[in-house]
Design a protein around this ligand. Structure first.
Ligand code: ADP
Ligand code: ZN
Length: 737
């Protein structure tokens, strides 16, 4: 049986005796680090990556500290088997891991797991072999061999794959030439080094107000200590150009900079701007990066030779050797919140990282999170503003279309005012964006004969029709079935009707109304990764006239010809029990509307709504963000909700409904009394049945100063849940389902 060891904060060791016991943290959901003895001849440091025996197998871990002796019976410990040559994990990253684990109430090993996602990067670099021309022509010459020889240099060696691709032949042809003695082998470095970014040459001339903002951010970098700045400017005001100046200042001082973006905003277009600014591409880190490139990035970040990393939230867990700045672009995006496993918010953890490492953090947004605005108002964050759109582009005009006055015909979704505006825009050669945040064809299918509704057998959800795939699909668990011809309940044929709109159905309406327009659907189930990147580029280049999209299109893209935005349903999301529903709707509508008129021509956004008098809609139309925020802020303060109070969500789930309900009731009875924390529930979660598991939920409401984590530890640690019931803890939850 392995002994959980103590964490690293032990007495410093005397320098004369090498440490005999290492505390090794493993990337597993275990309580803490485990103790191992250090073989005499092995040089270990805190942070060293090591292999250790774990039961019948071996595992990779990180030395979290040393135990100078005492307490542990050395004789029973097993030896560390191997230490990797990789630079040890920096002390700052180890403190960050402990902090995140403590805050999110996750085992530190689960946080460590997010940091060692590229196991290949720990071993020795596997060098490649290159080939150069060194011998006479082969006796048997073929056109393919000729093409290879035309590509092979005498001075520079190239890899088989590289040569074969350049010559358009198979690797076998290259091998043949090696055997014939025409090419000779020599070792190549394993990975191409990252080009050093040049902070010197700005690619644009900043306007006066941009220069003022850039100066403030450069100042924060030069101070070399912890600060948080909010870069607050309308869409298109040049926030990216401005924070790139802070990145430049950081790189000029020789330190690494990390720019976080929501995954979806990491487009080729965006990355090109970095390359234009710095004369070299940044290191990229997101789900579309291939394994070999991941290894290259991980190693270069650990060595400190990749100076700029642009990535999605998981880039926060790369092994930065000397991080000097984190920028969180579109900081209000809920994509920064990870829901599964370690439930963390990358923006908040970036701020923590900055405070632990004493470096500046910059948040950029046109519609900051209320939490961030509150920190600005309290003076905790600096407020750096950009008032106008860059150049001649003004903000788009935003108008509500009252759907009570302009109801579309049954089975259609575009009102006359929106359809007329589309006709006019298309006539003028402009692009139109229609926003509808619903994937598929229709959110509900029912039988007209008997009223049967198609629901998921494993979740509390209707099945969504996806007409392209001819399937009914559950958006929670992925369950799908082919669209049947007959109703499974009453067996009536051809009586199934689609209810409500999805982007596919909207596309059908568009095709009917505008048969000559080139339309495209952007939705996560239809377009992913590379295809999506290509489509976004083609849209920016004007290859499409009408873009029909879900959330995917709302974020950060710059389409110069886009002049009209139509929000098909401006009411979705107002009041679904989520405390941030209004804030999010405002943010997303503002972002979507902000796609219009970013180029030369003025933009117009039309919002179809049944509640045109709603405070949110009137504030949008008046471009009165601060007025809307003040209204929201007052409501939150009144209800003591974040940022004026703290929340935590607890979800118990299991296959047996009785089992889960019983476990939840027992747990509820153990809840300690506290002045500052209220436990609400247990109650069935709003979606009470997902993937065949029943879910009961507690919501904890606490004052701002309450130590929620300490409360939860006191409550949960002594309590033993049945093994069939799983508990998920979410500190600062963003999802209330
Ligand atoms: P934001 O991030 O605030 O939405 P961007 O930084 O993306 O704004 O800028 C919007 C557009 O304006 C981009 O195409 C950008 O290159 C351009 N732009 C911004 N500032 C300047 C400038 N000073 N000179 C030239 N182009 C600029
Ligand atoms: Zn389901």
């Amino acid at each position: 049986m392995l002994q959980p060891g103590t964490l690293a904060r032990l007495a410093p060791m005397s320098s004369d005796s090498p440490p005999s016991v290492a505390e090794v943290l493993l990337p597993l959901a275990l309580a803490g680090a485990y103790s191992y003895s250090v073989p005499q001849d092995m040089a270990l440091r805190e942070g060293s990556y090591v292999r250790v025996p774990l039961g019948p197998r071996e595992a990779t871990g990180v030395v979290w500290g040393f135990n100078g002796g005492g307490g542990v019976d050395d004789a029973k410990l097993r030896d560390v088997s191997e230490v990797f040559e990789t630079p040890p994990m920096p002390e700052l990253q180890r403190r960050f891991i402990d902090w995140v684990a403590h805050y999110t109430m996750s085992p530190p090993g689960s946080v460590l797991r997010m940091c060692v996602r590229v196991p290949e990067a720990l071993g020795r670099e596997k060098g490649r072999t290159g080939y150069r021309r060194s011998g006479p022509e082969p006796e048997r010459m073929t056109p393919q061999r000729m093409r290879v020889l035309a590509e092979a240099h005498a001075e520079i060696a190239r890899s088989t794959a590289d040569l074969a691709e350049a010559a358009g032949v198979s690797g076998g042809v290259v091998k043949g030439l090696v055997e014939a003695g025409t090419l000779s082998a020599e070792p190549l470095p394993a990975f191409k080094p990252f080009r050093v970014p040049d902070p010197g040459a700005p690619s644009v001339r900043l306007s006066r107000s941009q220069e003022r903002a850039a100066k403030a951010l450069r100042g924060a970098v030069a101070a070399r200590n912890f600060s948080v700045s909010l870069l607050d400017g309308v869409t298109g005001s040049g926030k990216t150009e401005v924070y790139l100046e802070a990145v430049a200042a950081c790189v000029a001082s020789g330190r690494q900079a990390l720019v976080l973006l929501p995954e979806i905003a990491l487009t080729v277009q965006f990355l090109r701007r970095f390359e234009a600014r710095f004369g070299a591409p940044p290191a990229e880190w997101h789900s579309a990066v291939r394994p070999r490139e991941r290894e290259r990035v991980w190693r270069a970040v650990a060595r400190g030779s990749a100076l700029i990393v642009v990535g999605a939230r998981s880039a926060l867990f790369l092994p930065f050797a000397d991080l000097g700045l984190i920028v969180v672009d579109e900081e209000h995006e809920s994509a920064y919140k990870q829901e599964d496993g370690v439930a963390y918010h990358a923006r908040d953890m970036a701020v923590v990282y900055g405070s632990l490492g004493d470096f500046p953090v910059m948040l950029a947004s046109a519609t900051p999170a209320l939490e961030t605005m509150n920190n600005v108002q309290a003076g905790r964050y600096a407020h750096v503003t950009l008032a106008d759109r860059h150049g001649s582009a003004g903000l788009p005009e935003i108008r509500a279309v009252d759907m009570r006055k302009h109801p579309p015909a049954s089975g259609t979704w575009l009102s006359e005012p929106l359809a007329d505006a589309m006709t006019q825009t298309l006539g003028d050669g402009g692009q139109v964006l229609l926003y509808l945040n619903r994937r598929g064809y229709a959110p509900l299918t029912l039988c007209r004969a008997c009223g049967h509704r198609f629901a998921c057998p494993d979740c509390d959800a209707w099945l969504v029709e996806h007409r392209f795939r001819r399937q009914l699909t559950c958006h929670h668990c992925g369950y799908s079935l082919p669209v049947p011809k007959a109703c499974p309940q009453c067996e009536a044929e051809d009586k199934l009707v689609a209810c409500g709109p999805g982007v596919e159905r909207l596309a059908a309406e568009v095709a009917e109304r505008y048969p000559d327009a080139r339309a495209v659907i952007l939705s996560s189930d239809l377009t992913r990764g590379a295809t999506l990147r290509d489509l976004l580029r083609e849209i920016a280049e004007g290859e499409f006239d009408i873009i029909i999209g879900t959330q995917l299109v709302a974020k950060g893209h710059h389409f110069p010809d886009l002049t009209l935005v139509g929000v098909v349903d401006g009411d979705i999301g107002l009041g679904n029990g989520d405390l941030r529903a209004a804030e999010r709707t405002y943010q997303v509508l503002c972002q979507v509307a902000g796609r219009a008129g970013r180029g030369e021509k003025a933009g117009l956004a039309l919002i179809q709504t049944y509640q045109p008098e709603h405070a949110l809609i009137t504030a949008l139309a008046a471009h009165d963000r601060d007025g809307f925020y003040a209204h929201e802020m007052a409501a939150r303060e009144h209800a003591a909700l974040p940022p004026f109070g703290r929340l935590a969500g607890l979800v118990l789930s299991g296959a047996s409904q009785d089992g889960v309900e019983d476990a939840a009731r027992r747990l509820a009875r153990q809840a300690p009394r506290a002045e500052t924390v209220r436990v609400l529930g247990p109650a069935p979660a709003p979606i009470a049945f997902v993937r065949g598991r029943y879910r009961m939920r507690f919501l904890l409401k606490a004052t701002r100063s309450a130590d929620l984590q300490a409360y939860l530890r006191t409550w949960l640690e002594p309590h033993k849940l049945p093994s069939s019931v799983r508990l998920q803890i979410d500190i600062d939850p963003y999802s209330f389902m």
